[in-house]
Design a protein. Structure first.
Length: 370
């Protein structure tokens, strides 16, 4: 049984990934004052890896059949990806630039390291998570977009590898899982947490998750799993994830459970009426999740400063709660606005404006010369 063209449960899942990340980020406004952070929040950095898994799955679903039919253009693929991520990236970067410029003129305390002008070319070229820099900066969350850009550029190669396991997708997934853990243990031996790598190696962090997502798509279309089992299996996977995150078990157990959740949600879409988190509300929230992720740092900076200026008499703990609440609210509102006036219209305009229809001889030739 094939997947539908639009796998709505995966769109809904994007919202939960973004919300998990927002809780992880904004909790610092409370954590700094309470001195506590629940394990489930502390593991929120895995929300990025969940996005990477989803990206691999969806791109394999959308472009994989075209690759196999020799009807794939690398230029068209990259232009579509560029139209998808760059307008929002450049707008949020510009917002951070304005915050830095205005804050400097007003004499506000600015962390110079966070606004290093020498990093601007890397941010503009989406290479700021490829290991070239020695610190984060500007709209820091965009490091994951830099990592995604690397995955897009290498998509013909990674999909070719995944496609080699078309008849043995479980073996392919097992090898990718082994790659994830071996890479994690390698970096751990040098005192580096693999799933915490951002500006210093986000391009390396994305590879196993992105390829795992593509392998899950291969497993799904192979028909070796019964979609009717998706719902009960999903309940088990979610409960296991909650146990692992809440009890603080070694966080590396989180990653394979995220794989299971992505796969089972996709499988639920095969049976009409069995889809999960696929209502219009969840789909919409999933559609603005990218904007939520990209705008949350500027919103945090502005809201925390405004709250501190308007009500300076607040004690530190209450200030943290207020900043947390307004930060969350501002992120949702800002994301809805950016999605409506920047993300969707610019994506559609750019894709309609320039279209690549030339068929390459093969994906490798196109990847090299296209």
């Amino acid at each position: 049984m094939n997947y539908p063209n639009d796998i709505k449960p995966l769109t809904g899942l994007r919202f939960f990934a973004a919300f998990w990340l927002l809780c992880y980020f904004f909790w610092q406004r409370i954590d700094l004052n309470l001195g506590i952070r629940p394990n489930i929040i502390a593991n929120g950095n895995y929300g990025v890896d969940l996005f990477f898994i989803l990206s691999g799955f969806v791109l394999a679903h959308v472009y994989g059949p075209n690759v196999e039919k020799d009807d794939f253009t690398f230029r068209g693929f990259m232009w579509a990806r560029f139209a998808r991520v760059y307008p929002l990236h450049i707008i949020t970067f510009a917002i951070m630039f304005v915050i830095w410029f205005v804050g400097t003129k007003l004499g506000q305390p600015i962390q110079e390291k966070a606004f290093d002008t020498s990093q601007i070319p890397f941010h503009l070229t989406l290479t700021h998570a490829w290991g070239y820099l020695n610190s984060d900066g500007w709209n820091f969350p965009s490091w994951s977009i830099s990592a995604e850009w690397f995955a897009y550029l290498t998509f013909p190669l990674t999909f070719a590898i995944v496609d080699c396991f078309g008849k043995r997708p479980l073996l392919g997934l097992a090898l990718v899982v082994a790659m994830f853990y071996s890479t994690s243990f390698f970096f751990a031996s040098y005192g580096v947490e693999y799933t915490d790598m951002t500006w210093q190696g986000g391009a390396l962090r994305i590879i196993p998750s992105f390829m795992a997502g593509m392998m899950l798509w291969q497993i799904g279309r192979s028909g070796i799993f019964n979609p009717k089992l998706a719902r009960p299996a999903l309940v088990f996977a979610i409960v296991a994830l909650l146990i692992v995150t809440i009890d603080g078990v070694h966080p590396h157990f989180v990653w394979p459970l995220l794989l299971a959740i992505v796969f089972l949600l996709a499988e639920s879409s095969k049976t009409k009426g069995q889809e999960i988190i696929s209502t219009k509300t969840f789909v919409y929230l999933g559609e603005i999740s990218f904007a939520m992720y990209m705008i949350h740092l500027p919103v945090d900076i502005v809201t925390s400063r405004v709250v501190g200026y308007l009500v300076p008499q607040l004690d530190a703990q209450f200030h943290g709660f207020i900043s947390f609440g307004f930060g969350m609210l501002g992120t949702f509102v800002g994301a809805a606005i950016l999605n409506a006036i920047v993300e969707k219209p610019m994506r559609d305009f750019m894709r309609d404006r320039i279209k690549f229809k030339a068929k390459p001889k093969n994906i490798y030739a196109n990847a090299k010369f296209g």
